[in-house]
Design a protein around this ligand. Sequence first.
Ligand SMILES: Nc1nc2c(ncn2[C@@H]2O[C@H](COP(=O)(O)OP(=O)(O)O)[C@@H](O)[C@H]2O)c(=O)[nH]1
Ligand SMILES: [Mg+2]
Length: 349
Amino acid sequence: MDIWIIVAGISCTGLIVWAFWFFFYHAKKKSLPPPPQNKIEVPEVSWTDRLKRGLTQTRSEIWGKIGQLLTLSSVNKAELEQIEELLYSSDIGPKLVNELLEKIKSAAPVSGGNIDFKQLLASFIREKMEKIQSTVTTKSPEQKSGFPHSIMVVGVNGAGKTTTIGKLATKFTKEGARVIVGACDTFRAAAVDQLQVWCERAGAEMVRASGSSRPSGVAYEALQKAINGQADYCILDTAGRLHTEENLMEELKKTKNVLAKLDPKAPNEVWLVLDAITGQNAIRQAIEFNNTLKLTGLIFTKCDSSSKAGGAIAIVEQLAVPIVYIGVGESVEDINSFNLNDYISALLG
Ligand SMILES: Nc1nc2c(ncn2[C@@H]2O[C@H](COP(=O)(O)OP(=O)(O)O)[C@@H](O)[C@H]2O)c(=O)[nH]1
Ligand SMILES: [Mg+2]
C-alpha cells in the first residue's frame, strides 16, 4: 500500500515539475527577441550610379528630348527652335548653344532627321573638355622639393568646401600621406568645429586661429607647420565668401599671397568648389574667382543631386580650368577624381 502512495507521490511531483518546466520554457521563448530574418542585401550604389542618378532629370528632360526630336523623319524650323530652347535650359551658355546648334543643323539638314544625337553630343563634349581635362595629372606631393603640396580651397558659402576637404584629407591619409589642414574660415566658429570633426576622423592635424589671427595668418601658420613637420599636404579651408564682396575677395588674395613667403610655389593649387546644382550662377562665380585667384582646378559637389552638367561643360571650356574631383554624396568616401568618359556615359545614359 505504502509503495503505491510513494509511486503516486513521485508521479505527481514529476507532473508538477514538468508542468512548471513547460510553462516557463514557453514563457521564456515568447519573451525572446524574434529570430533574425534573412538579411536583405542592399546593393552598394557605386559612384557612377549616383552620378547617373543625379543626372537623370537632365538626361531625360533635355538631352533625351533633343534626341527624340532629331530622330523624326524631318526636323522643321519649329522643331529646331524647340531644340534651341532645350539647349538654353541645359545651362551650357549662349556660346556653346550656338556651336552645338550649328553642329546639329549640319548633321541633320532640315529635310531629314535621324541623327545619332548621343554620339554628336558625346563628341561635342569631348571636343570642348578633353584637352583641358588632360592637363590634370595625379601629381604626387612635391616632396622632392622639400615642400608639402599646398592646396587652397575656395568657393561660396554652402558649396561644400569643408566637406570636400574632409573627404580629401581622409583619402590622402589613407594613402599614407601626412596632412595638415588650416582652418582659415575664421569668421565662423562653427565652421572651425565642423572642420575639426572631419580632421579627427581623417587623422589629419588642424591649425586654427589663435586669438584674433586673420585668415592669412592661419594659412601662414598651417603651411609653416606643414613645412617644418615635413607633411605631404597642406590644405586650406577658406571662408565661404560671396564673390561679389570685394573686400572678402581681397582677403582671399592676401591669404594666397602670404604663402609665397614660405614657399615660392605655394599654393600649388587653388581649387574652386562649386555646387553642381547652381546652374548659370556657377559660371559667374567661377569667372570672379578665376580673375582674382587664378584657379588651377574645379571641384563639383552634389553631383548626386539633380544637376544639369551643362554648367560644368561651359565653365571648363570658358576658363580652361579642369575638373579635378566630383562629390557624389555627404559621406567621407563620396569623392572621386573626375573621369570624362564616365561623366559622358552617365550624362547620356
Ligand atoms: N548631397 C551632397 N551634399 C553635399 C556634398 N558635398 C557637401 N554637401 C553638403 O552641403 C552642405 C554644405 O557643405 P559645407 O562643406 O559645409 O560647405 P562650405 O560652406 O562650402 O564649407 C552640407 O550639408 C554638406 O553635407 C555632396 O557631394 N553631395
Ligand atoms: Mg565651410
